[in-house]
Design a protein around this ligand. Structure first.
Ligand code: CP3
Length: 333
């Protein structure tokens, strides 16, 4: 059993396992080298030779316990034939949402469109670098995908004013997403993903009263699906005010906390394995501060099943030697 799998079933490991969200990305010069020659991000995700190399880049450098497949949560709307573009210094930009068209998407066509993602997973899973480590597959939660599909770009702080206007559309899209997300999970696992993480980056936009309909119920269906396949499921409902409620209802095998969560109180409140928390901005400071802040998380969670990670993705400005320092520090703890 890998250190992450041991931690997820609540067993002790010598030191906490570690991997980082966005561990393969722009902070690595070897990634930027490939990216420069591949200006179209979606096409890069769909190039299984390159995306498998990129997935393994951080494992070539650091003693991490997992790789996360180089892809994006927005490959799903792409697979559903909604246009997705990544604009420099702006982020994702989606095209019009056509319910009629999306309702008619065929499962075989969807899988065919995303096939390179699955081939990339297969390639990575066959590489020696991943031996005794985990390969993390992932999806965006239905709510977060819905936000992008309707809002068309990152909502930053708030949703467009009439977001909830068309309830019929929202409920239809959520149902369609559930069906294709299951298919996407299934193919990732069949090709070698050994853990699934659900990213709900915009869960924090909702009021408590709206969480059951848009977050808890749709996510619970997917969590139960992953459990039925005997694969661990980690959830990251970024920004929710009550992580304990989320865990009690959705019941993931482990929960990733964001950097606004107080680690001391969450450690007392939640009894499932916890992942993450450290503010990625700490990696932009200095080694002494990084050591102090990382040690704080390590100390707080020393008697709790804990997977070291951040409270959001590695920032592009991060120096790779800071990541190196962090990984070594966690391994030596
Ligand atoms: O974590 C990993 O290394 C695995 C790959 C991964 C990416 N995106 C690659 C990526 C994962 C798991 C994601 C998840 C993702 N994508 C989320 C959920 C996590 C979060 O960040 O809240 C969201 C909301 C997206 C949508 C997305 N993709 C945005 C908003 C952006 C633009 C912002 C940015 O950081 O540039 C992306 C682009 C993206 N996805 C990049 C990478 C490496 C940067 C692309 C580039 O090289 O320009």
């Amino acid at each position: 059993m890998t250190p992450i799998q041991r931690t997820i079933i609540g067993k002790k490991t010598d030191n906490p396992p570690i991997w980082l969200m966005r561990q393969a990305g722009r902070y690595l010069p070897e990634f930027r080298e490939i990216r420069k020659k591949n200006p179209d991000f979606i096409n890069l995700c769909l190039n299984e030779n390159l995306s498998s190399v990129i997935t393994l880049q951080p494992l070539e450098r650091f003693e991490l316990d997992a790789a996360i497949i180089f892809s994006d949560i927005l490959m799903l709307p792409y697979g559903l034939d909604q246009e997705v573009k990544f604009k420099k210094n702006f982020g994702p930009q989606l095209g019009p949402l056509d319910l009629n068209r999306i309702s008619k998407i065929d499962e075989v066509d969807f899988v065919e469109k995303l096939y390179p993602v699955y081939k990339s997973i297969k390639k990575v899973s066959e590489n020696n670098l991943i031996k005794n480590k985990n390969l993390i597959g992932f999806i965006g939660a239905p709510w977060t995908l819905l936000v992008y599909m309707i809002n068309k770009h990152s909502p930053k702080k708030e949703l467009i004013k009439d977001f909830f206007k068309d309830e019929f559309l929202i409920n239809r899209i959520l149902k369609i997403l559930e069906k294709f997300l299951k298919l996407h999970i299934d193919h990732q696992i069949k090709n070698g993903a050994t853990i699934i993480q659900i990213f709900d980056s915009w869960a924090g936009l909702l009021k408590e009263k709206d969480l059951p309909n848009y977050v808890y119920i749709p996510t619970l269906n997917l969590v139960n699906y992953v459990k039925s396949l005997n694969i661990p499921i980690i959830c990251f409902p970024r920004g929710v005010k009550n992580y304990k409620n989320y865990c009690d209802i959705v019941k993931p095998d482990a929960i990733n906390i964001d950097y606004n969560v107080n680690p001391i109180s969450i450690c007392k409140e939640i009894n499932i394995p916890i992942q993450g928390g450290l503010d990625p901005k700490i990696l932009l400071t200095d080694k002494e501060n990084l050591k102090k802040e990382a040690k704080r998380y390590l100390d707080i969670f020393k008697d709790h099943p804990y997977i070291f990670n951040l409270g959001h993705g590695v920032l592009p400005q991060t120096e790779p030697n800071m990541v190196d320092y962090l990984v070594k520090m966690v391994k030596d703890y």
